[in-house]
Design a binder for this molecule. Structure first.
Ligand SMILES: [Zn+2]
Length: 144
């Protein structure tokens, strides 16, 4: 099962994206430390679909990081009401502000790719590597 003509559905693609897998085929191991491979090793999907594609990933990472910071601040203030330990709360907030964006960075890229695929489904030009060009004739005509 190659992902070339696969349509896993939006929910599956979002879950794969959230868990750092290829949204098209589910392949993992797409990252070497923080660096993402350009093309999926299994299905050949080219992740950077257009120039500026990763702006969406930065946006998602920003939303998730600020959401985590908001939950941290509000939650810790509720728990410690009415005597707020200001130094502890500031330290906790700074820690969340540093750790969450770093940890979520890989997921933000694959999750954004899944959302982008939900808006603009993959076409034949999104696959850089043709795995077996001689056997794709019927699959290519059905995929469009
Ligand atoms: Zn793939």
């Amino acid at each position: 099962m190659h992902g070339r003509d696969a349509n896993p559905g939006l929910g599956v693609m979002l879950w794969r994206g959230f868990t750092k897998a290829c949204p098209v085929c589910g392949r993992r191991d797409l990252f070497h430390w923080e660096r993402m491979v350009a093309d999926c090793p299994r299905c050949g999907f080219h992740f950077e679909r257009i120039e500026g594609h990763w702006i969406g990933a930065i946006g998602i990472n920003t939303i998730v990081s600020f959401g985590a910071l908001l939950l941290t601040v509000v939650g810790s203030m509720i728990v410690t009401f009415p005597d707020f330990p200001v130094k502890t709360l500031v330290g906790l907030s700074v820690g969340v502000s540093i750790v969450v964006p770093l940890l979520f960075y890989p997921s933000s890229k694959t999750l954004w790719t899944a959302i982008d695929l939900g808006m603009r489904p993959a076409g034949p030009n999104d696959f850089e590597r043709v795995v077996q060009p001689s056997t794709t004739s019927s699959a290519d005509t059905k995929a469009s």
